[in-house]
Design a protein around this ligand. Sequence first.
Ligand code: PMP
Length: 422
Amino acid sequence: MQPSTLSGSGLSDLCAQRASRMAASEIRELLKILERPGLISFAGGIPDPALFDVEAFRTAYAGALARPEAAAAALQYSTSEGYLPLRRWIAAHMARSGVDCTPDNILITSGSQQAIELIGKLFIDEGDTLLTAAPTYLGALQAFAPNGPRYDTLGDNVTAAVHRARAEAAGSRVKLIYLVPDFANPSGDTLSLAERARIVDMAAELGCLIVEDGAYTALRYGGEELPPIAALDARRAGSVDAGRTLYCGTFSKTLSPALRVGWICGPRETMQRLTLAKQAADLHSATINQVAMHAVAEACYDDRVAAARHQYRIRRDAMLAALDRHAPPGMDWTRPDGGLFVWVTLPPGVDGRRLLKRAIEEANIAFVPGRAFFAEEPQDNTLRLSFSLADPARIETGMERLCDLIRSEVAALRAVPDAVPA
Ligand code: PMP
């Protein structure tokens, strides 16, 4: 037998079966071209670095290392649950939004991405059914994928009984509902209070878990504040401990993503199991980063959130106004109350991936084609625009160029009548 090498089919042969479900992220691949000079990017959903409070982080790290005793602790291994003062801060933060909890309900994770991954590891067996929106957060699809779930799409008129029947028909059961209720990535959509209450009822009826991804919740620019699903669930169940919601939070969009500090807030017994999963994954999140994040959150969380809201609101408004001005007929888009994204539905037949290729080559702009955000039945005539990085003038230029390209794609499709679907 030939010894296999670590390349090509030899590599595939050695990989575990779950590796076949690990696909490259279209967004990560895309980010590689974003360094191009002059490119106006509406692609990555990354925060504007101008909003990072560099001085606060400098002070926080200097503080963590100032006294020998504190420095020794900050540079040492620490508990899997996370740095207690940070967990206390987060418990108080969750309580402010109506989730009455203690540090025992909080596990610190390496970004909320790890929160989602650990939850998938703990709860999803191959073939288990997950209920999600379509489109939904690509990173969650990637995190869940190695466990081999099947998906069913949440919809206005789809009841718990229908979801259960569909799962049973496939020899499966509904294990969890994954949602980004505020200004979702990628759709920008927000669930109303009634929709949140309906999710709580549905999960109770199905006996399943709710995974509430609150990555963008702090970034609201309009509309009324709504309670997290976790708060409604705790109210219905009597307490967080009696509930069925795992809330995934993060400092990535408000303070900085680089420190990789996120959290899960949920029932104590579940948190103990998640802590074991965390321990197996990486023992604990970086101690000094937790110490620094706590210091920065204490010093200026509300100020930074206010600054981010102010800046992103201006950019959201600029993007919506530019789309109103330039969009061709047949193009539709969401009007988010917060977050970083506008979701665009292109005129029928216009393909987001083809459009991106032209956008990069001919217009020096980038966005993410919508296809990757669907667990199944992708819609090719969609794309995601992020307004987090470009200033209003560049947003105006970028949207004008994008809309011109879309117009020219529609004209090209008209020239080949069969290409336009009825
Ligand atoms: N959830 C959503 C909806 C996101 O958009 C992101 C990042 N793009 C994450 C979770 C993960 O973020 P982080 O790991 O930096 O907390």
